[in-house]
Design a protein around this ligand. Structure first.
Ligand SMILES: C[S@@+](CC[C@H](N)C(=O)[O-])C[C@H]1O[C@@H](n2cnc3c(N)ncnc32)[C@H](O)[C@@H]1O
Length: 298
């Protein structure tokens, strides 16, 4: 059982095929089960890879359902609940960390499978993650849990925060974020190109969600609401910053001028109306006279 929100397993243990690249230790799966599985409930894994969860479930004597794209199950086209013929109380998902390790045509099969999440470009991968997580959410019993173990990666010097992406788009309520310290990964021996000063990524995140009663598709509106709120917030924040940086009262035309470069990135033809709407928020802006504004400091 997890004692706190950081876990570390220096020895991976004898679970599954340790030659299957990107495999995880069975100890984290055991802690996950002990922390969240309702006694007697079904435990499931839609991407078993080298079979780590299979061995953990066998050792713990669990009612278990496990499969993978390599065994003919596709999280992006098959309904997980239908395939299991019931809902699971707890689902473990350890997806590819995007293209960090390619699975089809490499760990299994003779050629790349287009449904394999590790073979996609980033945009397709992100969309596929939404589909997969909705499928997993809907295959979980009400009040049951699912957990996603995800790592972050660097590619050509750029940092991809895949675990943050999961947290933002997963349906259900986030109940825990567990940092897993990484041991013995291939990148340990790799020197990053360039100045060699990059911080080596040495953790993964296990994000645990509780299933809402609602179907995942209805939870998408929350995602859109969040996106809309964030757009509204960035408009307000940018205008606050413009007035803050100027340190004086500004005419509307000056505010338009200052915000124009941000507005161009938003591709919003009605951005001047948006600016006027934002300026009406009296918590942050004070209309000194018609067309003249200052930051609200009271
Ligand atoms: C990180 S590995 C899982 C490793 C596993 N936890 C272990 O310890 O061996 C990710 C797995 O996701 C599977 N996968 C990729 N795309 C999939 C899809 N569309 N449906 C189901 N599984 C998929 C891959 O075949 C791979 O086995």
């Amino acid at each position: 059982m997890f004692g706190n929100s950081v876990c570390s397993y220096p020895v991976r243990g004898e679970f599954g095929n340790n030659q299957y690249r990107g495999n995880c230790t069975g100890y984290i799966i055991r802690d996950f089960v002990e922390s969240y599985l309702k006694s007697g409930g079904l435990f499931a894994d839609p991407s078993i890879g080298g079979g780590t969860s299979v061995d953990v479930a066998r050792e713990m004597g669990l009612d278990f359902f496990g499969t993978d794209l390599h065994s003919g199950f596709n999280l992006l086209t098959d309904d997980f609940k239908t395939v299991m013929q019931r809902e699971a109380n707890l689902i473990w998902w350890h997806p590819p960390y995007w293209s960090m390790i390619q699975y089809s045509g490499n760990q299994w099969g003779t050629e790349a499978n287009p449904w394999d999440l590790s073979t996609m470009d980033l945009a397709d991968f992100c969309e596929a993650m939404i589909v997969a997580m909705m499928n997993i959410h809907d295959a979980t019993e009400a009040n049951g849990h699912y957990g996603i173990l995800m790592g972050n990666m660097r590619k050509n010097g750029q940092y991809f925060n895949l675990s943050s992406m999961v947290e933002r788009i997963a349906p259900g309520r986030l109940v825990d974020e567990i940092i897993k310290i990484q041991h013995n990964c291939t990148s340990d021996s790799k020197r990053y190109a360039g100045n060699g000063k990059l911080v080596r990524i040495a953790h993964e995140k296990l994000l645990v969600f509780r299933k809402d009663k609602t179907q995942a598709i209805y939870l998408l509106h929350k995602l859109m609401q969040r996106a809309n709120n964030s757009v509204a917030m960035t408009w307000r924040a940018s205008i606050r910053r413009i007035l803050q940086a100027s340190g004086k009262q500004m005419k509307l035309a000056e505010i338009y001028q200052a915000v124009k470069s941000y507005a161009d990135t938003r591709q919003n033809n009605h951005w001047r109306a948006k600016v006027r709407q934002v300026l009406q928020d009296e918590r942050f802006f004070h209309r000194v006279a018609p067309g003249l504004y200052e930051l609200q400091t009271a």
